[in-house]
Design a protein around this ligand. Structure first.
Ligand code: SF4
Length: 482
C-alpha cells in the first residue's frame, strides 16, 4: 500500500512499540501520550493531505523507482518542478499545522544519499547505490516516515572526533563483523524521531583520513535493539498535560525533538550506504543540509502565514486594524515571509539533475534561503509581539476563565468590541504566544536558527559557492585591468 491514510500511519507507528524516557519516566504507548500526541497528528496530516480532494494532486506523485503513485514525502525529485512542488507542499503543511510536521528530514536525507552513493560507487567501486535504491523502493511502497539523523553531540568543538575525551561523542563503528557493523554514539535534535518508522544515520561533518570509523551512513528500523530515546523539553510543554487546551495555543498540533542514543547497535551490511569512504561524508553533509535549507523556504513560510494571520486577527479584535502603523507592520511581515518563500522557490527552480538522476537544488540559493530563515522569523515574531500587546505575557489562564469568581472579571475586562468573544481573543493571543515564546517557538525560532546548521554554516557555503573571482573578473573586464 503506497498511500497510507493518517489513521493507518498512526496505527503503524503504534505497532512499533517504541518507548522513550519522557520527563524522567520510561514511557510506552507514545502515540497516546499528551506530550507526544500533537506531534503524531502533525505527521498524520502529511498522509491525509494525499487523500484530500483539494491537495492530493500536489501530495501524490508517480515514482520511477517503485512504479507506483506515492506520497511526495518519499519522492526522489525528478525535475525542478518536483523541487518547487516540495516547497509548495511544505508551505501547505505549515499552514494547516502551524508547527514542524517532521517528515521532510527523511525526504531530504534520501535525496542526498541517493546521489552521494552513486558517485561513491563510481569512485570507490562500492555497491551502496543499488542497496539504497532497494531500501528506498521499499520505503516508498510502505509509505513510511524516515528520520534523518545527522547531528552528533560533538563534544569539544575544537577537536576532531578521534581526539575527543570520549570518541563516542561522534557516532562511530566500534566493531566490524562479517555481516555488518556495530555502532555507538548519539544523535541530537532528532525531529520527529518517535514518529518515524526508520532512521537514516549520516555523519555530522566532513571526515578525514584516519577517521574512517566515523564515516558511516546506514538505515535501521526505529525499534532496533540498543536504540534509546530521550524526549526533549519544549517551552511551556506541560501545558499539554493540562485538561483545558486553550493555554496550549496550538491545541491540535506540535513538533517533537528527541535525543537518540545508539548503545552498541548492530547494522546489517545491506543497510549500510557509506562505510569508511571519508571523502563522501562531507558530500553527504552538504547535500542533506542544502535540501533541508530549501525545506525551510516552505515550512517556516507556512507557519509564518499563520502568525501573520493571527497578528492581523488580534489587531482586528483590538480595534486597531485600520491604524496605519499596524497595516505597515503587517505588510512588513508579509514582505519578509514572501522573501523566504521566493528563496525556497528560486533554489528549486535553479536546481539541476545529478549524475544519479535525481534533482538537486541550487546550493548557493538554498544557503541564502536558510540564512534569511535565521533572521526573518525572528523579526516576524517581534512584529507579531508588538501588534499583540502586553497581554501576550500577562493573560490569565483558561482555568481562571472558567472560575466562578475570576471568570466574570476576565470576561468584563478583556472585552474589546461588539462581536468579539473574549475566549476567541484569548485563543488568538495564546496561538501567538505559542509561536513567539511557547512550544511552537522551538520550531519557528530556535529551529530556524540552528536547524540544518547555524548561520555560520550557511555563510561558509555562500562564500564557497559565490564565485567571488568571477565577480572580480567582471570588474577587470569592465575596466580593462589585466
Ligand atoms: Fe520539515 Fe520544517 Fe520540520 Fe524540517 S523543520 S522537518 S523542514 S517542517
Amino acid at each position: 500500500m503506497a498511500l497510507k491514510t493518517g489513521d493507518e500511519y498512526v496505527a503503524s507507528i503504534k505497532s512499533l512499540g517504541l518507548e522513550a524516557n519522557v520527563m524522567g519516566k520510561k514511557t510506552g504507548n507514545l502515540v497516546e501520550h499528551p506530550l507526544v500526541q500533537p506531534s503524531v497528528r502533525a505527521v498524520a496530516a502529511t498522509y491525509d493531505c494525499a487523500h484530500h480532494e483539494a491537495t492530493k494532486s500536489l501530495f501524490r506523485v508517480q515514482s520511477p523507482l517503485c512504479r507506483q503513485e506515492i506520497n511526495r514525502f518519499t519522492h526522489l525529485h525528478q525535475s525542478t518542478e518536483d523541487l518547487i512542488n516540495k516547497v509548495i507542499m511544505q508551505r501547505h503543511c505549515g499552514n494547516i499545522t502551524a508547527c514542524c510536521f517532521q517528515r521532510c528530514v527523511g525526504l531530504d536525507a534520501a535525496n542526498a544519499v541517493f546521489s552521494a552513493t552513486y558517485e561513491c560507487d563510481r569512485e570507490h567501486g562500492t555497491d551502496y547505490h543499488q542497496r539504497f535504491k532497494d531500501y528506498w523502493r521499499w520505503i516508498q511502497m510502505q509509505d513510511l516516515v524516515v528520520d534523518g539523523a545527522m547531528t552528533d553531540p560533538k563534544g569539544d568543538r575544537g577537536k576532531r572526533p578521534k581526539d575527543q575525551i570520549d570518541p563516542d561523542l561522534f557516532l562511530r563503528v566500534v566493531d566490524r563483523k562479517r555481516n555488518g557493523v556495530v555502532v555507538r554514539g548519539a544523535k541530537f535534535h532528532q525531529t520527529g524521531m518517535l514518529n518515524s518508522h526508520e532512521i537514516i544515520v549520516m555523519p555530522t561533518l566532513s571526515m578525514r583520513a584516519g577517521e574512517e570509523d566515523w564515516a558511516i551512513c546506514f538505515a535501521i528500523p526505529a525499534n532496533t535493539e540498543g536504540i534509546r530515546f530521550i524526549y526533549g523539553r519544549q517551552t511551556s510543554d506541560t501545558r499539554k498535560l493540562e485538561e483545558l487546551k486553550l493555554d496550549v495555543g496550538n491545541p491540535a498540533f506540535g513538533g517533537q525533538e528527541v535525543m537518540t542514543v545508539f548503545d552498541n547497535v548492530f547494522v546489517p551490511a545491506e543497510r549500510i550506504f557509506l562505510n569508511r569512504e571519508v571523502n563522501y561524508s562531507g558530500i553527504l553533509v552538504e547535500r542533506f543540509a542544502a535540501y533541508h535549507r530549501q525545506s525551510y523556504g516552505g515550512c517556516k513560510v507556512g507557519v509564518g502565514d499563520v502568525l501573520i494571520g493571527a497578528a492581523a486577527l488580534i489587531a482586528r479584535m483590538n480595534g486597531v486594524e485600520k491604524a496605519s502603523h499596524i497595516k505597515d507592520k503587517i505588510v512588513e511581515m508579509i514582505h519578509l515571509n514572501e522573501t523566504l518563500y521566493a528563496c525556497g522557490i528560486a533554489c528549486s527552480a535553479a536546481g539541476h539533475r545529478t549524475d544519479a538522476g535525481n534533482y538537486e537544488i541550487d546550493m548557493l540559493l538554498a544557503n541564502v534561503c536558510k540564512l534569511n530563515v535565521t533572521r526573518f522569523p525572528y523579526e516576524i515574531a517581534r512584529l507579531a509581539t508588538d501588534i499583540a500587546g502586553g497581554l501576550l505575557g500577562t493573560m490569565p489562564s483558561a482555568k481562571d476563565l472558567d472560575d466562578p469568581v475570576a471568570g466574570p472579571f476576565i470576561k468584563k475586562y478583556l472585552a474589546t468590541g461588539d462581536g468579539v468573544e473574549v475566549v476567541d481573543r484569548m485563543k488568538v493571543l495564546r496561538l501567538i504566544e505559542n509561536l513567539v515564546a511557547g512550544a511552537g517557538s522551538v520550531a519557528y525560532l530556535i529551529e530556524s536558527m540552528h536547524g540544518a546548521g547555524p548561520p555560520m554554516a550557511q555563510r561558509i557555503m555562500i562564500g564557497r559557492q559565490a564565485d567571488l573571482e568571477g565577480k572580480i573578473n567582471l570588474v577587470k573586464g569592465l575596466l580593462h585591468i589585466t
